[in-house]
Ligand binder design. Structure first.
Ligand SMILES: NC(=O)c1ccc[n+]([C@@H]2O[C@H](COP(=O)([O-])OP(=O)(O)OC[C@H]3O[C@@H](n4cnc5c(N)ncnc54)[C@H](O)[C@@H]3O)[C@@H](O)[C@H]2O)c1
Length: 451
């Protein structure tokens, strides 16, 4: 076999389509530095590198890769990763931080970023070493092999990406029907960060957890700063102040972090969830567990929707805890469903004067019947805080953790300057939203194809 950078090991296939050459091979530029990669259509038709240079019109480095999902980049030829500046309202995060950029460079990636991508979190372009910056987004993504974002990019970005490229981002396909169709039709391989399976081996890639932990922490701070009293017990010359009481409803990643933070701030804490295993977790954080006797464990470790009978039973137990709390933090979610309502209007009306609800489930409509997503509202003497995209409010650390999560995922399929997608790997298979013109995630496929 002639040609530089030839790889022949893999059986699984990741296609790198581009401009077809007369030999049946496909030539395409892979980075702005006038480098071309040629994907031969079969072992038998691999042309010489000189021929590739002539065919493709590229005069500098060219490497030849057999038609294989393990596409190796040869000496001096690298894999182009592009990181975009976020464009959605109130999104401050960025999918890259300098420490992760260094690690990706060591993996052999040629890293490109949109100018000012990190400015919302005070990360200047000059903080990144060995990264090429450009303000031309189309040019950035046109020849990128991998595009990294936090929020799903605009449709125009997908149109500018080359077929067969990889996008790694949060997507939430049920809210992004058109975008998911475009990913499918453009044959983009999309790894949706919200689909990373909740298994031990994937913990370091689990951006839902890293972002939820930050949100939980911040919810406790929002509760404390919206309260006209302090959280810890304090003994003063004029008497003692009793500690505040914080009730956390929904003890997933965010809820447990909220419990821990409220306790560190000096509050007494109580936790409630419909998954009984959370009792021990809450107690290990020094909180009391509000036991309603309802077990609503659903599939995959998540909760299921409650019956009306269960809701009534819970309300009778939980109401007195709601009424005695100074801060209530709600985080309850059911995958793919609107947020369950845990606090009724009547329960809010029965709360202590000056108390605060922080509704972390606002994105899905909220856990309280009075919640107005994105607003802070006053209902009688009760304040309801319902922020959207809370991790973005802690953009510096949220970006750091998110970039590390993405790096750990990329490490699964970038090896020796090559992309190798192993579809037998549960993490690769379950995180893929689209690949090779198909929607791979069954739930997303159903929603998108029936819309
Ligand atoms: N790698 C891993 O193994 C891993 C990582 C993260 C999370 N997990 C698990 O995944 C599961 C979901 O975690 P999450 O943080 O994404 O949760 P989530 O955001 O889906 O939901 C938050 C919490 O709300 C609770 N909830 C739902 N309906 C409720 C109701 N009506 N009343 C009270 N509470 C209600 C859920 O039980 C959950 O604890 C948990 O079991 C968690 O331990 C596993």
């Amino acid at each position: 076999m002639d040609g530089e950078g030839v790889s022949g090991q893999s059986k699984k296939h990741h296609k790198f389509p581009g401009n077809r050459c007369s030999s049946g091979a496909t030539a395409m530029p892979i980075c702005a530095s006038n480098t071309a990669i040629l994907v031969a259509r079969s072992m038998r038709v691999l042309p010489s590198v000189d021929k590739v240079r002539r065919m493709s019109g590229f005069t500098s480095r060219v490497s030849v890769v057999e038609r294989s999902e393990s596409a190796h980049w040869g000496e001096g030829v690298s894999l182009k990763i592009a990181v975009l500046k976020e464009t959605r309202p109130n999104e401050r995060r960025v999918a890259m931080v300098p420490a992760v950029a260094d690690k990706l460079t060591k993996l052999g990636a040629d890293l490109h970023m949109q100018s000012g991508a990190g400015e919302a979190v005070k990360l200047t372009d000059s903080a990144f070493k060995n990264v090429a910056f450009s303000s031309d987004v189309s040019a950035l993504v046109r020849d990128a092999d991998v595009v990294l974002t936090v929020q799903p990019p605009e449709l125009s970005i997908l149109d500018a990406m080359k077929e067969g490229a990889i996008l790694v981002s949060f997507v939430y396909a049920h809210k992004e029907i058109e975008l998911t169709r475009r990913l499918r039709d453009k044959r983009i391989t999309c790894f949706a960060m919200e689909l990373v399976p909740r298994i031990s081996r994937a913990q370091a890639m689990d951006a839902l957890s890293s972002q939820a932990a930050l949100a939980g922490y911040y919810a406790a701070l929002l509760g404390a700063t919206n309260l006209a009293r302090i959280l810890p017990m304090m003994t003063t010359a004029v008497g003692s102040i009793r500690p505040a009481k914080t009730l956390v409803m929904g003890l997933g990643v965010a809820g447990l972090q909220a419990l821990a933070t409220a306790r560190r701030l000096g509050s007494m804490t109580e936790g409630y969830d419909v998954r009984p295993e959370t009792k021990e977790q809450a107690e290990s954080l020094g909180a009391k567990f509000v036991d309603t006797g309802v077990d609503a464990r659903g599939a995959g470790g998540y909760a299921r929707e409650l019956t009306q009978e269960e809701k009534d039973r819970i309300a009778t137990v939980v109401t007195k805890h709601i009424q005695s709390a100074d801060i209530i933090i709600t985080t309850a979610a059911i995958p793919g469903r609107p947020s369950p309502k845990l606090i009724s209007k009547a329960q809010v009306e029965g709360m202590k004067a000056g108390s605060v609800i922080v509704d972390l489930a606002a994105e899905g409509g909220g856990n309280c019947e009075y919640t107005q997503p994105g607003e802070t509202t006053q209902v009688g003497q009760v304040t309801i805080v319902a922020p959207l995209n809370v991790p973005s409010l802690l953009g510096e650390h949220a970006s750091e953790l998110y970039a590390k999560n993405q790096y750990n995922l990329l490490e699964l399929f970038i090896k020796d300057k090559a992309i190798a997608l192993d579809w037998n790997d549960e993490i690769i298979a379950k995180t893929a939203l689209t690949h090779a013109g198909e929607i791979k995630n069954e739930a997303a496929k159903k929603v998108v194809e029936s819309a």
